[in-house]
Design a protein around this ligand. Structure first.
Ligand code: GAP
Length: 535
């Protein structure tokens, strides 16, 4: 089996994630719920390891700052539902919306800015383009009236029943000029009952039908607090963890000894009623974020922005993501929020996900210079002063903020994509090459045969490893090859085998997941050996 790419890779990965208990569709026995996922026994360990690595790199052992001192960063864990005025002040009630279109034929909703991308992946578009002749320029197609009409009256009925060409084959095919068109112009022409209108909408990516004009759709999930369900009781599930750090700014200042520059960070669940959740756990409706708000003097903001850009890129590399699959992309001026446009900037750490398409990379983490927008907003809305007295400068000011905001569950997907490997030389070719510190199981321990005292020795080693190193698995069933294959798929970096020689000289073999190389070490060195490699 060769190493798959693109959607074939995603299919294999999703299948492995389910088979081995990394990620399940939420409430699958009821048909699942779009945009919601459950993390299985291996997935929850992997996710917790990524989360703990982030917390460790932020709070427990923060980076060394430009002055050679460790940064000051403290943690928080805020409630998911907060006072609804938080979201008015932050701008989410008024402005946290995506443009949404509805299909008049199949009634599905689609995010207006995702339509072109979804069409590029749609099976019906691929099938339709096969009926056209390639044009003189790359990416252009000559629509042949007869071929398109035949397609519309045959395959098209099943693949794209909503497309105007399928509903009115004679009229739409008849109105076409057999001239080269790019894909989007061609699709607009085939989606329109009347001869080509310059600003015709693209068709529905799911059925080819007509899409309504885009309407703004607020992404926050609403709920009610208390027994009465009226406007007064309305509240929101948080769409980001960041605001908790802003509305607790004064609490943190008053309860700790932190001094600017310092950071507050949090890991937790966020909720967005995404119009088109897609690409497995990449864009879901319930997900986890790892966010840092780093408070600085306004004059030092640019320097700290540069610092965190480099630091966050380096951290993702240290999680095993290869440098070539990562890039830092500065936002274009028209992508920037107004507060970032006026002062600093915003960039994304992007990863080459298999579905990144032509762009090649998609967002993993955003690093934004937010000026003092959020603190000022909350100060004005609450009437509570959120400024800071800087003793060294003898100056009072509202600190500016650099915000590295990462997705934990999206990060997990990057780690899964990076780890997925096909090695055709192995009897069972799929393996997950997780960085050992992230691996959900640190070691597999096998007695070669289930007799002659080997199970007892293996069990002793297993208990020691679990106690001192972390999750381990004792496996006594089937051939050693099959046991290796099971551990390879789970991404276990080391397998320890107790065999006949162990009985004679108290040594065991250690097999390395990535190279398959084996070495013999003393059985009483197993814990130390693993500790050196998996922490
Ligand atoms: N406080 C800023 C903020 O929330 P964001 O770019 O909207 O910024 C930060 O989100 C990160 O959260 C993203 O880079 C992404 O990794 C993750 N994220 C955002 N929406 C997501 C979704 N629907 N599903 C999974 N992860 C998401």
């Amino acid at each position: 089996m060769p190493m798959p790419t693109g959607s074939a890779l995603m299919e294999k990965l999703v299948a492995l994630c389910k088979r081995r208990g990394f990620v399940f569709q939420s409430s699958e026995i009821y048909g699942g719920l779009n945009g919601f996922w459950d993390y299985g026994p291996l997935g929850v360990e992997l996710k917790n390891n990524l989360r703990d690595a982030w917390w460790d790199a932020m709070v427990r052992h923060p980076p060394i700052g430009p002055d050679g001192q460790e940064l000051e960063i403290v943690g928080l864990d805020c409630s998911i539902i907060s006072h609804p005025r938080v979201w008015e002040a932050s701008g989410h009630v008024g402005g946290f919306a995506d443009p949404m279109q509805t299909c008049r034929q199949c009634k599905k909703l689609v995010r207006a800015d995702h339509v072109a991308e979804l069409l590029a992946e749609a099976a019906w578009v691929t099938a339709l383009l096969e009926t056209c002749e390639a044009g003189p320029l790359p990416g252009t197609w000559i629509p042949r009236r007869d071929a398109l009409r035949r397609w519309a009256e045959g395959k098209g009925r099943r693949l794209a029943p909503g497309l105007a060409l399928v509903r009115y084959p004679a009229e739409v095919a008849g109105s076409l000029n057999e001239e080269p068109l790019d894909v989007q112009t061609l699709l607009r022409a085939l989606a329109s009952e009347s001869p080509m209108v310059a600003d015709a909408e693209l068709p529905c990516p799911f059925c080819g039908g007509d899409l309504t004009e885009a309407r703004q759709f607020n992404l926050m999930f609403e709920t009610y607090v208390g027994a009465v369900r009226d406007e007064e009781a309305k509240a929101y599930l948080r769409p980001e963890t960041a605001q908790g750090m802003f509305y607790n700014f004064k609490n943190v200042l008053d309860s700790t000894r932190v001094k600017v520059p310092f950071g507050i960070c949090q890991v937790g669940r966020s909720f967005r009623n995404e119009v088109t959740p897609r690409n497995f756990i990449f864009r879901s409706r319930e997900f986890e974020q790892m966010e840092l708000e780093f408070f600085v003097h306004p004059e030092e903001a640019t320097q700290w922005y540069e610092f965190w850009r480099a630091e966050r890129f380096r951290w993702w590399e240290s999680m095993g993501l290869a440098g070539r699959n990562l890039r830092l992309r500065e936002h274009e001026p028209d992508e920037l929020a107004h507060y970032a446009r006026d002062a600093g900037g915003c960039c994304d750490v992007e990863y080459a996900f298999p579905f990144s398409g032509e762009k090649g990379f998609t967002e993993l983490e955003g690093i934004a210079y937010r000026s003092n927008f959020d603190l000022i907003q909350h100060q004005q809305a609450s009437g509570v002063k959120l400024d800071y007295f800087d003793q060294e400068r003898n100056e009072r000011y509202v600190p500016h903020v650099i915000e590295p905001a990462a997705g934990l569950t999206r990060g997990l997907l990057a780690v899964l994509c990076e780890a997925y490997t096909v090695d055709e030389t192995r009897p069972s070719p799929e393996l997950m090459r997780f960085a050992p510190r992230l691996a959900p199981i640190k070691a597999g321990i096998f007695p070669l045969v289930n007799k002659e005292g080997m199970p007892e020795i293996a069990e002793r080693i297993y208990r020691d490893v679990r106690r001192a190193v972390g999750p381990a698995q004792l496996d006594v069933k089937q051939s050693i090859g099959k046991r290796y294959a099971r551990m390879d798929e789970a991404g276990t970096p080391y397998c320890i085998t107790v065999d006949g020689q162990t009985l004679a000289d108290q040594t065991v073999t250690v097999r390395d997941r990535d190279t398959g190389a084996q070495e013999r070490i003393a059985a009483d060195r197993v814990v130390a050996y693993l500790l050196e490699r998996v922490r």
